[in-house]
Design a protein around this ligand. Structure first.
Ligand code: FE2
Length: 284
């Protein structure tokens, strides 16, 4: 525990096996099963996956900071929002306020052991801006392209740190994380921001094309379930498609520093007027 700050600063990520108990893992998974039962009606799903309704789809995403919303895998819905696959494998993720609105996810996110990690990392007044449950279901769970989390949640001068909890064993076959060790030392390569051009249909844009990263620079991080991986906001990482027969679920949230630190107004994730991100140390 003493060295996690050093490891994060030298490697760009830290692997902490056995962070979650079996009971905590089960609670999170059972709660997610309940959330799947509460999946939105077909009419509400439509807005989301219709290619012609880019703006509506972006809007659904952009307004999810204080809600629990459902994001589907490509190919899981027809243009009318009808499920083309089993509802249990249709979702890509649920986000982005599980840590705030769902009691089970809230309990873990603001647990003493999470606070202790933030403290060890040197956070003085940390907050959690967002959380997600990632499904990565077999056969449909898509790849996540190489990226830095700072593309999406840009803060300065102290960068964001991702907390990623494996809820099943993550293996090379089922799409574990891969890291480019030390890549966090090379700055932020591009950003994903709210489009300043309000006349455009695209509400979100990248500030530069996707950089090319050499696959040979990446190391796989297969981990047993219950592992917490800490992810430096500037370390380049990705995950492949799930080629196995089983899901590779993970719960993840990000931690930002609020003391003498700026959260970019260009970030996609903004709370409604007058709201603040929940302080990690002051919330139970
Ligand atoms: Fe990431």
């Amino acid at each position: 525990m003493k060295h996690i700050k050093n490891t994060l600063e030298s490697d760009g990520y830290v692997i902490l096996e056995g962070f979650l108990t079996e009971k905590e893992i089960e609670e999170l998974k059972q709660e997610t099963n309940k959330l799947i039962q509460e999946m939105p009606e077909q009419s509400q799903r439509t807005v989301f996956n219709t290619i012609t309704a880019q703006q509506n789809r972006d809007k659904y995403f952009l307004e999810s900071s204080d809600k629990i919303r459902y994001f589907y895998e490509t190919g899981a819905l027809d243009p009318e929002g009808k499920l083309l696959v089993d509802p249990n494998i249709a979702l890509n993720k649920i986000g982005h306020a599980l840590h705030e609105l769902n009691p089970v996810f809230r309990k873990l996110s603001f647990s003493e052991k999470v606070k202790e990690i933030a403290f060890q990392l040197g956070f003085e007044d940390p907050a959690i801006p967002q959380s997600m449950y990632i499904f990565k279901n077999p056969g449909i769970g898509g790849e996540v392209i190489p990226h830095q989390d700072a593309w999406y949640l840009y803060t300065e001068p102290k960068h964001v740190v991702g907390f990623w909890f494996a809820l099943e064993d993550a293996t090379i076959e089922n799409g574990c994380l891969w890291f480019s060790k030390g890549s966090h030392k090379g700055g932020v390569h591009r950003r994903c921001i709210r489009n300043p051009d309000k006349s455009s249909d695209e509400l979100l844009i990248y500030t530069a094309p996707a950089p090319t990263y050499q696959k040979s620079h990446f190391t796989a991080a297969p981990v047993p379930k219950g592992t917490l991986i800490l992810i430096h906001g500037q370390v380049v990482h990705f995950s492949e498609v799930n080629k196995s027969e089983k899901p590779r679920p993970a719960y993840t949230f990000h931690v930002i520093e609020q003391k003498d630190n700026k959260y970019s107004e260009e970030n996609w994730l903004q709370l409604p007027e007058g709201r603040q991100f929940l302080s990690l140390y002051k919330t139970n």
